[in-house]
Design a protein around this ligand. Sequence first.
Ligand code: 13P
Length: 350
Amino acid sequence: MKSEILQNTIQKLFTKDKGILAADESIKSIDKRFEILGIPQTVENRLAWRRLLIETPDVSNYISGVIFYDETFKQEIEPGKTFAEYCEEKGIIPGIKVDEGLVDFPNFPNEKITQGIDGLRKRFEEYFLLGARFCKWRVVVDVKTSTDDIIELNLRNLAIYASLAQEAGIVPILEPEVLYDGEHDIHECREKMSYVLTHLFGDLAIYRVDIKNVILKTSMVLAGKKSIQKSTPEEIAEETSILLMSTIPENIGGVVFLSGGQTPVESTLNLSNIINKGPYKFPLTYSYSRALQDPVLESFAKDMNNVDGITKIFIDRLQMNTLALKGEYTTDKETGISSTINQVTHSQDL
Ligand code: 13P
């Protein structure tokens, strides 16, 4: 019964040519983005921003699911209707970020573990009743500095989280984000990601997680932002496709990409090129936050009442990514509506 619910969710999330919107920034993370753009950091503005994204006309033609943060999940989008209920009506699956963010770990300077396992079983029961059908847990890995011991600890927690999510009938997205910040080259990136994914799938097997009801959320393979050697789109597609094909079990529910601090155009172009390196044995799509939201948020910051103008930008970005999912995107397809931003905003919880 639970397995059927999980399979049904996976099938809907991977509806052809649709992506998943990550709108699950914690209060601290979204407030940081608001602050940079001069948007007052209030509960009303966070609500208005998420409403605007979800109420964008025809958004359900492009996305199959949305990941929310706890605050949004429990808010009403309109009197008497929660975000989750609204999404269900529109045919969009509501998801919830359940990790409780990153904290330092004693005696491992600058390393982070993800917290939130305590009480998770109970929280899952509650979220299921509130309509959540998938969820996310994010850990971070730095290519140069993360130690195997802390990586292992984080991966084990991902496996525990996945077991508890499946028990509750909620599809777990497992996100071991290998950070784009740093000076590493593309080969070091692939090596670290290969280590992480191999160990992750090893842990999932040990803890008897049902792999067909799991979604992996992964970074792309590319040189760090501060590397002197910038990766070309061809290299990124080549290295990423090799990684996916060599480390991911074929029977996984599916794989989604995060944008990780790449610009919207880079994220879309790289996605399209990676798709063209397929076919893959598992479904593949995107689950971007910044690469979808940054141009839209800049417009929101200028005039949050210009709803038509703001939502047009969002739809344009979604359309570009739909082209990418078909492997048909090239930068000359950009209309200019959503391709320029002043800056890529801050990563979640860093
Ligand atoms: P970005 O697309 O901004 O990397 O965010 C995706 C995400 O869900 C991070 O946890």
